[in-house]
Design a protein around this ligand. Structure first.
Ligand SMILES: [Zn+2]
Length: 67
């Protein structure tokens, strides 16, 4: 028995929102921007994971106080 891998994108490879933006794939971007934690310093795209961006920056720092 063996499960066939779903043809399409291989695991581990992720299209960058920066590229999707260029390609006009707004639906894909919509999914990835659901809960943005980072933004791209270059193209101002937002994403929920830094690996989706070419120049990721933290959107907002968590409140952590060290004394
Ligand atoms: Zn970018």
């Amino acid at each position: 028995m063996g499960e066939k891998e779903q043809s399409g994108k291989p695991a581990g490879h992720q299209e960058r929102i920066c590229k999707l933006k260029k390609d006009g794939k707004l639906e894909e971007i919509d999914r990835l921007e659901l809960r943005p934690i980072v933004y791209c310093n270059k193209c101002k795209a937002k994403a929920n994971h830094p690996s989706y961006l070419c120049n990721p920056r933290a959107l907002k720092a968590p409140k952590v106080q060290k004394v």
